[in-house]
Write a protein that binds this ligand. Sequence first.
Ligand SMILES: Cc1cc2nc3c(=O)[nH]c(=O)nc-3n(C[C@H](O)[C@H](O)[C@H](O)COP(=O)(O)OP(=O)(O)OC[C@H]3O[C@@H](n4cnc5c(N)ncnc54)[C@H](O)[C@@H]3O)c2cc1C
Length: 554
Amino acid sequence: MENFEAAEEVGLEDPASVLMKAERAVAALRRFVSAAREANANTFDPAQPNADQRALHGFAWAAVTCEALAQLYGWASRSDAFGEGEALVLRIGFGEYLHQILGGLPMSQNEFVRPGDYGAKRAAADLAADLTVRWFLGHGNGTAARALLVKHLTQGWRPCESLGDEVLDAIREQFRRFTAERIAPFAHGWHLDDALIPDSLIGEMGALGVFGICIDPAYGGLGLGRLSMCIVSEELSRGWLAAGSLGTRSEIAGELIAGAGTEAQKAQWLPGIASGTVLPTAVFTEPDIGSDLASLRTRAAQGDDGSWHINGAKTWITHAARSDLMTVLVRTDPADPGHGGLSVLLAAKSRGTVSNPFPDEGIDGSEIPVLGYRGMKEYALSFDSFSVAGDGLLGATAGNGFRQLMRTFEGARIQTAARAIGVAWKAFDLGLAYALDRHQFGKQLVEFPRVADKIALALVETVLARELTYFAARTKDAGQRSDIEAGMAKLLGARVAWSNADAGVQIHGGNGYALEFEISRVLSDARVLNIFEGAAEIQAQVIGRGLLSGGGPS
Ligand SMILES: Cc1cc2nc3c(=O)[nH]c(=O)nc-3n(C[C@H](O)[C@H](O)[C@H](O)COP(=O)(O)OP(=O)(O)OC[C@H]3O[C@@H](n4cnc5c(N)ncnc54)[C@H](O)[C@@H]3O)c2cc1C
């Protein structure tokens, strides 16, 4: 382990001094984002939002990366147990991301954006001239620092995850135990069998309150905040993405109804959603309409008796067969082809079975075989005058569906970011365990620097993305608009989950490609996070435009 010994002197850097440097670097990063924002605001034409997507999305990615560092510093400064390991996470995170901001940020595997692409060359030069930034560029993410971090990991150390709140820490502990006992040992078998999540597990999760975390206790929920929801989703997803994803649909339906429903709709649906006896499904995407939801075509018209009738096709509907309630985005005003003609219907349906997945009249569906994300199954649906009760129009007023849904996406994207963090942890756990277990050339894999480097960065990036996610949750919990923060968290979380999974497979060598090994499941699960709940390109667009309009963190 000669690389570890050579690294010892890195550990002599006083953690408090790294923390102080990070604080100053955050101030420099804030100035950088502010200058880049000004440069882009001067050139961006809202009338032609796609004219220079590279500049807008590049700026968005730079802002996300800067905010992740700011939140990493926040984590470090709040950590009760800030020690040498945490200081290494801080210096490697700042060192790596500062280099990426200045030299080329990966917006995807093959798109790198540099400050000149978004008019921030001058701002980048100022950033690079800052003394603490220079320190991190020179000393942050070095071979020795990474080796020392991995040495800590091999000795059982893990970065501080306490939220400084006994209740939140107890929730994490409870769901970590539940996942270890009830989910992790069985997840891969369920995945390989392409089985539905067992009803009994759904029942257990319902009893634990998973489906009503953010629902008001007056309607049977726990009345906790998004931060609690993040911790639960992260821990469940660390066992299996499907388990962490069951609650997504309840979160969407719960927030739609709590935020926009009539009192009668709240009383009718929220208690069942909170207990898990009502399983909702989110019905938005259509065969030709995905990202551009405002253009969707599925129609709903009201009959003489007041009931609604849906006609059209939807696709990619997760858990459609085994659900009891559909939140369906439909066009209720055919004269308005934009978002003003859309409404959300709360459509009751019968729960399907394997032999008869869609027993109701007027709805049919076929399963879409998928790479991963199993456990709930995805369906293409067709509606042929499917009937919805007259009081099923969300909020009892037509034309508000798109706005209602966009508000809901804040919570759903934060929850999806937390799912990504769980997947990222799982990939990290599996990669590290394999690197400790497997020997080549007479050594543990973890002793080879290229293997250790992957593990070190997987850890650091997971903490970065986790802290950005918690920040988005705190913003939402504080009652503030959080679409930009939620988009930031989802954007980075999904990239990190994918890169950790890819690194995990690489560490497993040929075994990583074998279905038998769990990391193969994690790879296919991780891939979807960048596609649903708003694809990465759409998140970057939302973030970029939002920041240029003066929103977002400052
Ligand atoms: C496993 C899975 C489960 C899903 N579950 C559900 C569900 O339960 N309910 C539901 O309603 N939907 C669900 N979806 C659908 C998902 O939300 C959509 O796939 C997603 O919104 C993207 O839409 P699309 O597939 O039509 O891609 P498109 O919108 O056709 O986009 C294709 C590509 O083009 C890019 N692109 C599109 N527009 C732009 C632009 N303006 N600028 C730059 N790039 C752009 C996208 O980012 C993407 O990379 C699910 C999808 C999957 C894969």
